[in-house]
Ligand binder design. Structure first.
Ligand SMILES: [Zn+2]
Length: 116
């Protein structure tokens, strides 16, 4: 694939890459998806020193803290405050499996060991 450059609108606010600290600007691709590019319009994906971080698995691994908080909330919802508990449990299981855990109970215990 050819390297495509994107036009960064003048005055568009940027924000530093979480991985490498380079200033990035989010533009929209032709498909309407947000794309992080550098000041010269080059997509940042391939240039980042920590490009792996952009891959799905790595990114998901980074939200352990909110996941743990969610599981804490689920654990202390006893008695269940109302609503479809089975649906929530299934959703939590899916979330946890996507992040490499067997199910939410395992995730709760695994994340409890290492809160960082
Ligand atoms: Zn970066």
């Amino acid at each position: 694939m050819n390297e495509v450059k994107y036009a960064v609108p003048v005055g568009k606010p940027g924000r530093p890459c979480e991985a490498c600290g380079k200033m990035l600007y989010f533009v929209r691709t032709a498909a309407g998806k947000p794309m992080p590019v550098e000041a010269d319009g080059t997509p940042h994906w391939g240039n980042c020193t920590d490009a792996e971080r952009f891959k799905k698995g790595r990114k998901k691994a980074e939200d352990k803290v909110p996941l743990r908080a969610l599981l804490d909330w689920y654990m202390c919802s006893d008695p269940w405050p109302g609503g479809d508990q089975d649906a929530i449990a299934r959703w939590l299981n899916d979330l946890c499996r996507e992040r490499g855990f067997v199910d939410w109970t395992m995730a709760y215990h695994e994340l409890g060991k290492d809160p960082s």
